[in-house]
Design a protein around this ligand. Structure first.
Ligand code: SAH
Length: 353
């Protein structure tokens, strides 16, 4: 109840925080100190802000609150991947994953509770979208995984991918604001070059990313370069046809000079024909791009069966012959349902619909 009159302090910019300090007759530089506690040291209580006087801490306490996430449940895969159930301040749960490899440690973070898109091969689509995550909730997932990375692997986090629950471009403002905080030198200072935003492909928002001159990478969940096939497996794409998607990607490339990555699963009887390969090649020719052939992680729907390795190799060879960069990606954390498309809060009754 008390929270109704208080404000979320992390919704304030540094400038707004400075104005607040001015308004209470406090030195303005103190605002920066508080800002550092919030965004660099990630404390969840005003009491921990030891270089701020007790009186000021009490004033902050009276006017603001700090929302915090809680790692509710953790599972570790045989391959070292760690899946976290992250409890939000209102009790809802999302998942985020730490993926260690010899070269990098990647945090895979969620941007929404559930998802409003309806990709029929994705476990998250079974959960209705309950709400967008706030910037601090996205930021806190990165901080929490960064801590785990140090604790379990004695290494710092190197990469961040927006491939957890939700469609990041449907929560545009908060995702961008979180990325700004993650990359700010005064905060986590992670280079935007080490961040990838993955989207199912919302043309208008891709153009907006380009207009906003973002510095991070863009991945598109393509899965088919044939409109009718894509519509069957990702029904929402009826509204966002491939032609519009391509136009937005060309706009993105013109403005950012950054190639895009296409994520692509090959399923038996769905997109495993020569015509599918040829369409993908034609699509890739229109934009500097590379293709990641990712493994299908079963969600128990018998319509979707991962094509055999030989088919993936056929795809790979055809793309390589067409001079398109392609990699076959192996899944991580499959034994704990932490792989792409498997995030569905299985361990939490709250989100099962
Ligand atoms: N909504 C965003 C981000 C979340 S999904 C997007 O669609 O890009 C992250 C990636 O996992 C996407 O490429 C998605 O297509 C893929 N994916 C979803 N379900 C999957 C599954 N069951 N197996 C393998 N990949 C899956």
């Amino acid at each position: 109840m008390e929270n109704l009159t208080k404000q979320d302090i992390r919704a304030l910019s540094l400038g707004e925080l400075e104005s607040f300090f001015e308004s209470i007759g406090e030195k303005v530089f103190r605002a920066k100190q508080v800002y550092n506690w919030l965004w660099q040291k990630s404390v969840f209580s005003f009491n921990e802000m030891t270089n701020i006087s007790k009186t000021t801490r009490l004033i902050l306490e009276k006017n603001f609150f700090i929302n915090n996430i809680l790692i509710d449940f953790q599972q570790k895969s045989k391959d070292g991947t760690i899946k976290n159930s992250v409890k939000l301040h209102d009790g809802l749960v999302v998942e985020s994953v730490l993926i260690p490899t010899s070269k990098r440690i990647t945090a895979c973070v969620s941007s929404q509770v559930g998802c409003s898109l309806d990709c029929s091969f994705c476990a998250t689509s079974l959960l209705k979208r309950m709400r967008n995550l706030n910037p601090d909730e996205i930021f806190d997932q990165v901080v929490a995984i960064g801590k785990q990375s140090k604790l379990y692997y004695n290494r710092a986090l190197t990469n961040i991918v927006f491939m957890g629950m939700g469609e990041p471009l449907m929560n545009y403002k908060n995702v961008l604001s979180a990325i700004q905080k993650i990359t700010e030198p005064d905060s986590l200072g992670i280079s935007p070059k080490r961040i990838i935003l993955s989207t199912s492909g919302i043309p208008k928002m891709i153009k907006k990313l380009a207009d906003d001159k973002v510095k991070f990478g863009l991945a598109i969940s393509l899965h088919s370069a044939r409109q009718l096939i894509r519509e069957q497996i990702m029904p929402f794409t009826k509204k966002f046809p491939l032609e519009d998607l391509m136009e937005s990607l060309q706009y993105w490339y013109k403005k950012t000079n950054k190639p895009v990555t296409f994520e692509y699963v090959v399923w038996e009887g769905i997109n495993d024909k020569q015509e599918d390969i040829d369409s993908l090649i034609r699509f890739c020719y229109k934009i500097p791009s590379k293709v990641n052939l990712i493994q299908y992680n079963s969600i128990g729907d018998s319509k979707f069966i991962q094509a055999p390795q030989i088919k993936l190799i056929e795809y790979k060879k055809a793309l390589e012959n067409a001079k398109i960069t392609v990699t076959i990606r192996h899944s991580r954390g499959k034994d704990i349902d932490a792989a792409c498309g498997q995030l569905a809060n299985k361990n939490n009754e709250l989100s099962v619909v």
